[in-house]
Ligand binder design. Structure first.
Ligand SMILES: *[C@@H]1O[C@H](CO)[C@@H](O)[C@H](O)[C@H]1NC(C)=O
Ligand SMILES: *[C@@H]1O[C@H](CO)[C@@H](O)[C@H](O)[C@H]1NC(C)=O
Length: 290
């Protein structure tokens, strides 16, 4: 009896090899499903029960979902003595050993890990081109800020060039009585307002019209040249019609735009002159010395 390479003889004697492999596969699949289900449970939790959560916040979290697979990391050196690494994930645990950790700080000197914000205390809101993600419920401060829990605010600004980039610590405010915070920022196209079509209805109509005119001229030109056999200017479609129209328009413009008509109709001039003449004569009479 031949065994596949790598299969221990002792085991194969008890079970056929393929049974052993299938069982291993099954266990792996079950583990994977459990792991995925486990991960699914640990996402951002907003204030309140599922039913009472803000619809707007839920929509925003859904929008940010594509970022949840990315791990962000940033080294910050405030001075020679203080060096930290910040790790951040959108709506996922950064480190499963620290429950619900959404943003953690690692002191590079002693490797001490501190949770700055937890995903089970998420708040999120947006403006026209930014989204603010807030993780509360971090580890408590020691002497600072009356020992309140840490809070991380992550400002996500619109940048259409990247899905996620430039995660960085802006400032750490801890010299206050309360409401201390860690402020971060990053860029993402997800924070951008929906891109409205650059073409308004007016411009679409204009483009359609221009295309039709182009088709008319080119098509007509080819027809006149190839089918009718026209030469020179006659090749333009309906050339005489457009010539007439051009002349008509020129006349119209002449009539409307010119302040001094060059050839006013005779009848009009006659009537005007007659009346003017009589009036001026009458008026002149008064002026003559008696
Ligand atoms: C969030 O999770 C932490 C750690 O598991 C827990 O101590 C805290 O009470 C939770 N917060 C809420 C609002 O459930
Ligand atoms: C927030 O995002 C929603 C959904 O993308 C959007 O409709 C809304 O206009 C945004 N809010 C503001 C103030 O722009």
């Amino acid at each position: 009896m031949r065994h596949p390479p790598g299969c221990p003889r002792s085991r194969c004697r008890m079970f056929p090899c393929h049974t052993y492999t299938s069982a291993t596969l099954l266990v792996l699949v079950v583990l994977a499903v459990v792991a995925v289900a486990d991960q699914e449970e640990k996402h951002c939790d907003l204030v309140g029960d599922q039913a009472t959560e803000s619809k707007r916040e839920q929509a925003l979290l859904k929008k940010l979902e594509p970022l949840s697979t990315i791990s962000f990391e940033k080294n910050v050196t405030s001075n020679a003595a203080e060096q930290y690494t910040y790790k951040f994930k959108v709506c996922r645990e950064v480190d499963s050993s620290m429950s619900q950790s959404g943003l953690i700080q690692i002191n590079l000197k002693d490797q001490k890990q501190t949770v700055v914000g937890r995903i089970n205390e998420t708040q999120v809101f947006n403006g026209s081109d930014w989204i603010m993600l807030i993780y509360k419920g971090g580890d408590s401060y020691g002497s600072h800020c009356r020992g309140e829990k840490r809070k991380a605010m992550i400002m996500i600004s619109c940048n259409r060039k990247t899905i996620a980039d430039g995660f960085t610590l802006l400032s750490e405010e801890r010299e206050k009585e309360q409401d201390c915070l860690y402020l971060f920022e990053m860029d993402s196209s997800l924070a951008c307002p929906p891109e409205d079509s650059h073409l308004s209805i007016g411009s679409i109509l204009l483009i359609t019209f221009a295309s039709l005119v182009a088709v008319y001229i080119i098509g007509g030109f080819l027809y006149q040249r190839l089918v009718v056999g026209a030469k020179g200017m006659e090749q333009f479609p309906h050339f005489t019609f457009w010539q007439d129209l051009g002349n008509l328009m020129a006349d119209g413009c002449d009539f409307v735009c010119r302040s001094k008509p060059q050839n006013t109709p005779a009848a009009y001039r006659g009537v005007g002159d007659d009346q003017l003449g009589e009036e001026s004569e009458e008026r002149d009479d008064h002026l003559l010395p008696m």
